[in-house]
Design a protein around this ligand. Sequence first.
Ligand code: PEP
Length: 251
Amino acid sequence: MRKPVMAGNWKMYKTPAETCSFFQTFRPLVEAAEHCDIVICPPFVNLAAAVESARGTRIKIGAQNLYWAKEGAFTGEVSGPMILATGAAYVIIGHSERRQYFGETDETVLKRTLAALDAGLIPIVCVGERLEQREAGATETVLCQQCQKGILSLEPARFAKVVIAYEPVWAIGTGKTATPGMAAEAHGIIRREVRNRYGDESAREIRILYGGSVKPENTKALMAQPEIDGVLVGGASLDPVSFASIVNYHS
Ligand code: PEP
């Protein structure tokens, strides 16, 4: 059985004070949630406040990006060892907003993934097709290409540490959720590629999250799909009550 990962991506929202206030409400609401791993990914400037606020709980903290060099003259960038030193354990890589607005490519996704693994962080690597690619019937080709140029080029021991997030770009922040069936079909394609590259055991163990307008009302149906091993949630993770009900989707 794969343990679900319920992850929140706060994007560019919240200050350190707002982060602390979120955790005050959120912590007791998910105290009993042992069925899943819980991850919150705030902006860099809130990592320390989030780590401190989550201390003594099972909630883990992640960053939303990293740069592949360990240190150097790279103004504005943050490295894996720096993120690890805050007490964070995860990092989102290749989010579609990074691909769309900040020039992220499959090649840079791979570089960042390797840097995250080198630093001892768990990368949550995002893949997903744009609307025009889905409409042109190219979803499978796009997913296979993103996987092959990225995570599937990792050596097996390193690949085992990765979490994959399938995030159809047309569903992110738009209120349009992929139906559970559409999401499961895409997850099946990704898992098949993993099986072809690393074998049955890896395909059974790899966790693939769905992301794209996940809300308390649609989480149960998504999570009922055996292919879906958790969710990566943007907008609905900003409110502690809303994200807690996503975490506690089964109750
Ligand atoms: C995301 O930011 O990864 C995301 C899926 O956003 P939203 O849930 O708001 O669509």
